[in-house]
Design a protein around this ligand. Structure first.
Ligand code: NAD
Ligand code: UDP
Length: 312
């Protein structure tokens, strides 16, 4: 297949391009590098089946030639990033999704949307199953990301229903691993960076809020299975192993041997920060035969090794 990946120079996009190349596909990555990096795809650029195009997909995507699938991963994803780029985030979720859908329609290609657990906002249903409509503040600071992704899902379903486009929607839950930016502000790189420098880990709020962390290799396997399936309705892909941020901090301090502990930073918590988050992955299990395989300590050990290697 010839597959075009928007956001291909980002954390998930680069792992996805790598996986697709290893399956024998031809891959074109389109990225404006707003939060991604050419370093992420350096190793892929030697492949004759890989092409990189520097372009903002919120503008018309000019691409000639046959395409079998368009995978739309372009979007700032870390809260710090989308708070820094609120308008770009809304544009890439709306206009970028529209352009990517238009390209898929013009080429008769399959379309795959990278959506998010943030669709559920600060959820009132726990764990979150795909039938839950969510609890999102449209005008809060996180609204720029949440509503952009909700609009992207609505537009994807409209293209599916109106034009018969073959579409997929994945709702990705917190994913971590090598190639996250050390300064992207998400809790995984923040904590690992602090631990490797021997500093206390910064807990935003009381640390009782929960997340469920999925290692990148598991997430990519789920993405690949959904892409190759025929499921048009949203599917959650994430690791249901839920923990509080305080518990998560103590695992990082344990794995890195950091003795500086933690520090509470009440004021740093972003308004609307979800209190709980845990995917219900029944649909992924049933439809795709998928579930995560890599446990948190193993995944974090690999990720810590990566951050050690880039800061050495
Ligand atoms: P990332 O910031 O590393 O990657 C996003 C990529 O998109 C970057 O390379 C960036 O430069 C590119 N991009 C942004 N706007 C663009 C535009 N207008 N035109 C072209 N390229 C643009 O983030 P990530 O963690 O790899 O996330 C990738 C996708 O997965 C995003 O759509 C995100 O919403 C979704 N997602 C990720 C997670 C996670 O835990 N990592 C969770 C839920 C959803
Ligand atoms: N968080 C924290 N300390 C940090 C960074 C994040 O306590 O240094 C918290 C943040 O407030 C949130 C959780 O960790 O409750 C996960 O944050 P992240 O930015 O990784 O992504 P989110 O799941 O909120 O999109």
């Amino acid at each position: 297949m010839h597959i075009l990946v928007t956001g291909g120079a980002g954390f998930l996009g680069s792992h996805l391009c790598e996986r697709l190349l290893s399956e024998g596909h031809t891959v074109t990555a389109v990225d404006n590098l707003i939060t991604g990096s050419l370093r992420n795809i350096e190793a892929l650029r030697s492949s004759e089946r890989f092409t990189f195009i520097h372009h903002d997909v919120s503008n018309y995507i000019a691409f000639d030639g046959p395409l079998d699938a368009v995978l739309h991963f372009a979007s700032p994803a870390s809260p710090i990033d989308y708070l820094n780029y609120p308008i770009q985030t809304l544009k890439v979720g709306a206009l970028g999704t529209h352009n990517s859908l238009g390209l898929a329609k013009a080429r008769g290609a399959r379309f795959f949307l990278a959506s998010t657990s943030e669709i559920y906002g600060d959820p009132l249903v726990h764990p979150q199953e795909e039938s839950y409509w969510g609890n999102v503040d449209p005008i809060g600071p996180r609204g720029v990301y949440d509503e952009a992704k909700r609009f992207a899902e609505a537009l994807t379903m409209a293209y599916h229903r109106t034009h018969g486009l073959d579409t997929r929607i994945i709702r990705i839950f917190n994913t971590y691993g090598p190639r996250m930016r050390l300064d992207d502000g998400r809790v995984v790189p923040n904590f690992i960076g602090q631990a490797l420098r021997g500093e206390p880990l910064t807990i935003y709020g009381d640390g009782k809020q929960t997340r469920s962390f999925c290692y990148v290799d598991d997430e990519i396997e789920g993405i690949h299975r959904l892409l190759m399936s025929s499921e048009n309705l949203p599917v959650n892909i994430g690791n249901p192993h839920e923990m509080s941020i305080l518990e998560f901090a103590s695992i990082i301090n344990d794995l890195t041997g950091n003795t500086a502990g933690t520090v509470i930073q009440e004021g740093k918590r972003i308004e609307g920060d979800p209190q709980t988050r845990q995917p219900d992955i029944s649909r992924a299990r049933q439809l795709l035969g998928w579930e995560p395989k890599i446990d948190i300590r193993e995944g974090l050990t690999r990720t810590i090794e990566y951050f050690r290697s880039i800061s050495a």
